[in-house]
Design a protein around this ligand. Sequence first.
Ligand code: URA
Length: 236
Amino acid sequence: MGLLRLDKFLADSGIGTRSQVKVLIKKGKVRVDDNVIMSTDYKIDTESQKVYVENIPVNYNEFVYFMLNKPAGCVTATTDKIDKTVLDYLNDVKIKGLFPVGRLDKDTEGLLLITNDGELSHNLLSPKKHVEKTYFVRTDIPITSEIIDGLETGVDIGDDKPTLPAKVTYANDNKFETYISITEGRFHQVKRMYKAFGAEVIYLKRISMGSLKLDDDLALGEFRALSDDEINRLKS
Ligand code: URA
């Protein structure tokens, strides 16, 4: 890899945004070999030097992974002429080639993985892999146990085939709120599944995708880098 600016090295490695890692460097939290380095444009030789943040070694990552708590009102796209996109929330991350993994509707909130790792994205979205996505759903009518049975069995939503069996539980005693886990990713799938039983989805939030859970500490519009543990579990 050769010589690289220290702030770029740290940002590329998913330690934080370019401005966040600059703060870390200026606070003296970053060491290269045995020396604390406080200048952000310091060049490191990635082959021969070792970088530590608060004494934890950093491995240079070609790929980066972020979770965004997507707010309603933005589109899951990399660019858009009219609407704000999910990538606009990661403006400080100066890494090329980032894209969202899968789609959430404009009015859907919650967990969105953003990365530059095409292979992981492909694996998570492949229909063959059946990666489970869980959503919190609020509807305009109570969801009866008969509706739950129907959702869990598979629903004709007007496509070639009915949906694969889902798992549905009540989120609380009020039957307007449920959790649904599905393993496909059809267009407007959750809304269309509930609609097939006469229920309008009035609020939808994704809370997990495979092993990855939305971090409760992230406010709407906030994002953070995934931990090594989260990345490894997603890949396995
Ligand atoms: N299903 C939907 O209907 N909308 C989403 O955004 C995600 C799943």
